[in-house]
Structures are given as C-alpha cells and as structure tokens.
Design a protein around this ligand. Structure first.
Ligand code: SAM
Ligand code: SF4
Length: 452
C-alpha cells in the first residue's frame, strides 16, 4: 500500500541532502511524498543545531504536529513522527521526555537504519532512539540517489565528507555530527556519474570540512580533494564543480592548483575565517592567524586571479574587544568579499565558549553585526557592479520570475536573469551583464542584444 512521507528540513545544504536520502531509504518501504503533515503517514523533522533557538523551534513545531497526529488518529490513521538531525543528536532523551508522542529520534549517523526503526515504531514497540556514532560509515549503507535534487535537477549536491575533529570553541558540529569521515572515491564518482546521467550539469561537493576529504582512492590509499576534483572533471557532461564548506587549514597547494588547472572548478570559494583578530582566532581554536588567511588568499588569487571569495564571520565571541572587532573589519577590507555570511555569537550548550568569561551583551553584538553587514553589503554591491559590461557564462537552470525570462547562475554564484526562450534551460551560454541588483544580475544574450 502506498504510504506518504512529509519531511521538514531546517538548516544547511547538508540537511537538504540528508532529507533527500532519508526519503530515498524509505521509498522501498512504499513511502512517497505527501502534500503536508495532515496527509502524511510519517513526518520527519530534520533539525539543525548551529544557531540559537533550535530546540524552542523544534518543540513548538512538535506541539503543532501532536495535534495533527491526534486528529489523524481520530480518523483511524496512524502517523509516525520522527526527529532527525543535529538537535536529535544533541537532545535525544530530552525530546522523548518532553514530547513522548515522538516515535523515532535519530542522529545524522544512523539514517541508513531508518527502515528498521520505522518497522519497530510501526510494531508500536515504544519510541526508538538511535543517536550513536557507529563505527561503520552511513555512506556504506544508503541506497543510490535516483536523481539530483535542485534547480530542475541541473545542479546537484553530493555529500563526500561528514563530521569534524577541529573543535572550534563555539561549534556543536564535532559533538553532533561526530568524527571526521570521508566517503571512498569510488562511491563519490559513481554517484556523480549517476547524477550527470540524470541531467546534472553542476555538482557541489558537500562536507562540514569538505577540503579535509581524504577518501580511499583506487589504489586503496587516501586521496585529497584536489585529486577528487580532477577525477570528477573527467566525467563527460559535467560542466561545473563547486565544494563547500572549507577550512583554511586544509587548503593545500594541490587544491589551490586545481583552481588554476581544472576548468570545471568554478572561480568561487567559500572559506570561513570567523574573525580578523589573532587573539580571538586562538580563543576560537581555529589554529590559523589572520595573516595565514591573507597569505592563503594571495596564493589562491595568484592561481585564479578572478576568484570570488565568500566567508563566515562571528561577531561577539566571548572576550571580543572593540579593537578585536575592528580587526575583523580590517580583514574584510583587505580581502574584498563577493558575498558572506555573518552571525552573532550564540552560546551552544556543551561547547567551550558557552561557559567562557566575557560574554558580550546582545545589544553590543547587534551593533557589531550591523556594522559588519553594512561593510559586507557594500562589498557585494561593488563586486556585482564590477560585473556590468562583462560577458559571463551562465548555466540556465529555470524560468525567471517574470514572463519571458530565464535564470541561472554565473561562475561566481550570482543569480542572473535575462529575456530568453525556455529551451535555453540546461545550457551554459554567454550572457552580457547589463545591470547589477542587490543580490542578482540581469543581462542579455548576444542574440537578444542583436535584436534590440
Ligand atoms: N566547518 C565550517 C568552518 O570551519 O568554518 C563551518 C561550519 S558551521 C556549520 C557554519 C557557520 O556557522 C560557521 O562558520 C560559523 O560562522 C557559524 N556558527 C557556528 N556555530 C556558531 C555559534 N555558536 N554562534 C554563531 N555562529 C556560529
Ligand atoms: Fe565547527 Fe567548522 Fe570548526 Fe569543525 S571546523 S568545529 S565544523 S566551525
């Protein structure tokens, strides 16, 4: 009998990918997509713990789903309610204590055991909890993805690495996602080939620490991300490669060289630095200085002069002085980013920084965040403006927002839209950029310009 599954995803691209894979492992049990929770035999909340109020958000959503589950039960329909992801990993027992109507709690390492847990829950054997970090990798157990997941299947995400051993002072990932584990090259390459066969033209390799990838290569020895990018570039039909998120300490020379040598590797890199102050970087346990980062950027730009850079910043880490915050603004000015993410420091229970002295008042964190975002916004606008007049290859991924438009991405990850026929979707074509908007560009193809 056909059963229906509704998955709610919070957080990063890794979670989007995990949700697709959970849906995949459940499809042999007869689960297909539901229109919403009211219509679903199973609801999975795939949670993210990175920033604040994740658990409040979870319990408020669970309260709503409890009513849905009750209403369905009154009509004779059972609903399996599962909580997955990082909040499940961190607060498994607390979830079952506060929300006993939840049937399954599972951490990110145990998705391959989901069918077994569903069978147990269906037998009403009581709530099932599985948040261990098993010795074997979940990569060994998940079935193959049938199709890539985004932008009409033209761009796909592929997880190649999980977990982290770096233990930054502020971060829950090493506790929730477990130790760093890399997927073997053969399995990555096989999945990438299937994605391309199913229509993907761009693949983004994912990992909490993606450039620490050291999966087993063809001769049984660990390889590097630079090697993997070169191997992926051999796949016919794969036009573009990206990877995220990287750590500055794992940017080795071979990976930098791949940016110069492999044409499929896009000239865009998200490389989080977090702070521009050496004292704060040490307190964060980042194990690199501001100068190390700047020298790395110099090397990357020497290899690929048009490289656009993105980063993550945290303002208000415990103990951050005004001068240390200013050092972060100084680093931003020195690099010049095409876009970036910035966050107010948020204490995550169980991490070293949460109990550190010198917590910064919220209002001060707000002030620093606004100042930093003003600067980043100005740099993004400047970067976009400098693209006007250039002709950029754009991978067309779908219709634009307005009639007659199509839209896609530049090599630098900017959304680009222009007037053009829908049959361009799926192609990479040159587009002359005519205007820069806050978060996107608009342009015209040579044909359109000739007709104008
Ligand atoms: N592995 C990546 C790295 O080394 O930078 C980042 C992973 S983390 C999932 C994504 C971003 O969330 C971090 O780069 C950091 O800027 C932000 N973040 C993580 N924990 C945070 C916290 N407690 N408060 C504020 N921002 C945080
Ligand atoms: Fe978290 Fe990234 Fe630091 Fe690992 S390297 S602890 S994922 S911020």
């Amino acid at each position: 009998m056909k059963k229906r599954l509704h998955v709610v995803t919070w957080g990063c691209q890794m979670n989007v990918y995990d949700s697709a894979r959970m849906a995949d492992v459940l499809s042999p049990l007869g689960y297909g997509p539901a229109d919403g929770p009211e219509d679903a035999d199973m609801v999975i909340l795939n949670t993210c713990h990175i920033r604040e109020r994740a658990s409040e958000k979870l319990f408020s959503e669970l309260g709503r789903l409890r009513l849905v589950k009750q209403a369905r039960a009154e009509q004779g329909n059972a609903t399996i309610l599962a909580v997955a992801g990082c909040v499940a990993q961190a607060e498994g027992k607390e979830i079952l204590a506060r929300a006993p109507y939840v049937d399954i709690v599972l951490g990110p390492q145990t998705y391959h055991r989901l069918p077994e847990m569903v069978a147990q829950a269906a037998r009403a054997a009581g709530a099932v909890i599985d948040t261990d970090f098993p010795a074997e990798s979940k990569f060994d157990f998940l079935p193959d993805l049938a199709a890539p997941q985004t932008e009409g299947g033209l761009t796909a995400f592929l997880t190649i690495q999980e977990g982290c051993d770096k233990f930054c002072s502020f971060c829950v990932v090493p506790y929730t996602r477990g130790a760093e584990a890399s997927r073997p090259a053969a399995s990555v390459l096989a999945e990438a080939r299937r994605m391309v066969q199913a229509g993907a033209r761009e693949i983004t390799l994912l990992g909490q620490n993606v450039n620490a990838w050291h999966g087993e290569g063809p001769n049984g020895t660990p390889q590097t991300l630079g090697w993997l990018l070169r191997a992926l570039a051999e796949i016919p039909g794969l036009l573009r490669l990206r990877y995220t998120t990287s750590h500055p300490r794992d940017m080795d020379d071979d990976l930098i060289a791949a940016h110069a040598e492999v044409k499929q590797v896009m000239p865009f890199l998200h490389l989080p630095v977090q702070s521009g102050s050496d004292r704060i970087l040490a307190a964060m346990n980042r194990k690199h200085t501001a100068d190390d980062y700047l020298r790395l950027i110099e090397k990357l730009r020497a290899a690929r002069p048009d490289l656009a850079l993105s980063s993550d910043f945290i303002v208000g880490h415990p103990g951050e002085t005004e001068a240390e915050f200013e050092a972060t603004l100084g680093l931003i000015r020195a690099v010049g980013f095409s876009q970036a993410f910035s966050f107010k420091y948020s204490p995550r229970p169980g991490t070293p920084a949460a109990g550190a002295p010198g917590q910064i008042p919220e209002a001060e964190k707000d002030r620093r965040l606004y100042a930093l975002q003003d600067l980043l916004r100005a740099q993004q606008a400047d970067f976009n403006r400098r693209c006007v007049g250039l002709t950029l290859p754009v991978l067309i991924t779908g219709p634009g927002r307005h009639d007659g438009q199509v839209a896609g991405r530049s090599p630098y990850l900017q959304p680009v839209h222009f007037i053009g026929p829908k049959n361009l979707i799926g192609q990479e074509i040159p587009v002359t950029i005519e205007a820069a908007h806050t978060n996107s560009l608009s342009g015209a193809t040579l044909k359109e310009k000739a007709c104008a």
